[in-house]
Design a protein around this ligand. Structure first.
Ligand SMILES: Nc1ncnc2c1ncn2[C@@H]1O[C@H](COP(=O)(O)OP(=O)(O)O)[C@@H](O)[C@H]1O
Ligand SMILES: [Mg+2]
Length: 336
C-alpha cells in the first residue's frame, strides 16, 4: 500500500484528565465485571497506558489473551451505514490477534473495505467470499494471512460479491451457504479462535447468511443522534433468523463507537444503549479518533498505523474484554 508509515507513538497523546477515559473507555464505573475483566492498572496514567500499548504492538508475543472455550463466530451487523462495523471488525480482529489469538475476518461487504484495511488483495477474480458462497472454493483456499501477523486472517470481498445478493436468491439453501463454508471441518485445522463477519449496510441475503453462520451478533452503535434508529428493525430481523434459521443466534456484544467525550450527547447515547442492552455492552468505548479513520487509507489497522493512539488503545481494551468474556462463558447468557 502507499505511504507505509512506520510504527510510531502517537502525537494524539491522551489527555491526562479526559472524559473518554472517565466515562467508559476503561470501565471505571467501579462495578464488578461478571466476566472477570479487569482494566489495567495504568488506568490513572494515560501516557503510561499509551506507552504500554505501543510496546505491546511493537513487541508482540509478550501478551496473551485466554483462548475462548470454543470458537466464537460473530456477525458484525447494523444496517445503518457508517456506524463503524468495518472499522470494528478489522481493529478488533487485529487487537485479538496481536494479543495471541487467531482471528479470521470474513469480508461480506462488496465494497471490500475490511479487505483494504487488512491489506488483503481483493481485485476481481481473487479467491474471495463470493466464490465461498457459491461453493466453488473452501475457506482455506480463500484465506489470506496478514503479512505482519499470520494469526490475523482475512477472506476478502471483491466487487464480484455485488451480484451475489441477487444470484443467491435462486440457489439451494441460499441462507445457509456461508455456514456450510465455515463449518468446523473447514476451520478446525487452522486453530481459529474468533471469526468476525463484516456485513454490508443492509438486511439482505448476505447479512442473513452471516447471521446463520454465526451464533452471536456484535452491534456497533455510533454515539450520535439517531444512534438507535433502525436498531429495532435489526433486532426484529435477528429474531426472525433465530425463529426460522438459527435458534442459537443472539446479541452477545454491543460496542459504542465514535464516542466524543466533549459532547453531552455521547454520554446520553451511551446511557441509553446501556439501558437497552445491559451487560452486552462492552465497557470499552471507542473514541472518535482521526487516527482510526486515517489507518485504512494506508491498508493498515489503527494498531499498526498508530499503536499508541487512543483509538488503538480502545480496540486493544475491547479485545481484552471480549476475550475475557469468551473465556469465562459460552456466550449464551448475555442475551439482550
Ligand atoms: N472511532 C472512529 N473515529 C473516527 N472515525 C471513525 C471511527 N470509526 C469509524 N470511523 C470512520 O467512519 C466511517 C464509517 O466507518 P465504517 O467502519 O466504514 O462503518 P460501516 O462499516 O458501519 O459502514 C469511516 O470513514 C471510518 O474511517
Ligand atoms: Mg462497512
Amino acid at each position: 500500500m502507499s505511504g507505509e508509515p512506520t510504527n510510531h507513538v502517537s502525537r494524539e497523546t491522551p489527555r491526562a484528565v479526559s472524559r473518554e477515559t472517565s466515562s467508559g473507555t476503561r470501565g471505571t464505573d467501579g462495578a464488578a465485571d461478571p466476566y472477570g475483566y479487569s482494566p489495567m492498572t495504568t488506568d490513572d496514567t494515560p501516557i503510561g497506558a499509551a506507552a504500554q500499548r505501543a510496546s505491546e504492538v511493537l513487541h508482540p508475543g509478550g501478551v496473551s489473551l485466554p483462548k475462548p472455550t470454543r470458537r466464537r463466530v460473530l456477525t458484525i451487523a447494523n444496517q445503518k451505514g457508517g456506524v463503524g462495523k468495518t472499522t470494528t471488525a478489522v481493529n478488533l480482529a487485529a487487537a485479538l490477534a496481536l494479543q495471541g489469538l487467531s482471528v479470521l475476518v470474513v469480508d461480506l461487504d462488496p465494497q471490500g473495505n475490511a479487505s483494504t484495511a487488512l491489506g488483503a488483495d481483493h481485485t476481481s477474480g481473487t479467491p474471495s467470499s463470493y466464490e465461498l458462497l457459491l461453493g466453488e472454493i473452501t475457506a482455506s483456499e480463500a484465506i489470506q494471512r496478514n503479512p505482519k501477523n499470520p494469526r490475523l486472517m482475512c477472506i476478502p470481498a471483491t466487487i464480484d460479491l455485488a451480484g451475489a445478493e441477487i444470484e443467491l436468491v435462486s440457489m439451494v439453501a441460499r441462507e445457509g451457504r456461508l455456514k456450510t463454508a465455515l463449518a468446523d471441518s473447514a476451520l478446525d485445522g487452522l486453530g481459529i479462535d474468533f471469526v468476525l463477519i463484516d456485513c454490508p449496510p443492509s438486511l439482505g441475503l448476505l447479512t442473513v447468511n452471516a447471521m446463520v453462520a454465526a451464533s452471536e451478533v456484535l452491534i456497533p452503535i455510533q454515539c450520535e443522534y439517531y444512534a438507535l434508529e433502525g436498531v429495532g428493525q435489526l433486532l426484529r430481523n435477528i429474531e426472525l433468523v433465530q425463529a426460522h434459521l438459527n435458534p442459537a443466534l443472539h446479541v452477545s456484544t454491543v460496542i459504542l463507537t465514535m464516542y466524543d467525550g466533549r459532547t453531552k450527547l455521547a454520554d446520553q447515547v451511551a446511557d441509553e444503549v446501556r439501558g437497552h442492552f445491559g451487560s452486552a455492552v462492552l465497557k470499552s468505548v471507542i473514541p472518535r479518533s482521526v487516527k482510526v479513520s486515517e489507518a485504512p487509507g494506508y491498508g493498515m489497522t489503527v494498531l499498526d498505523y498508530d499503536p499508541g493512539s487512543r483509538g488503538a488503545m480502545s480496540y486493544l481494551d475491547a479485545g481484552r474484554e471480549m476475550a475475557a468474556r469468551a473465556a469465562a462463558s459460552d456466550g449464551r447468557e448475555v442475551e439482550a
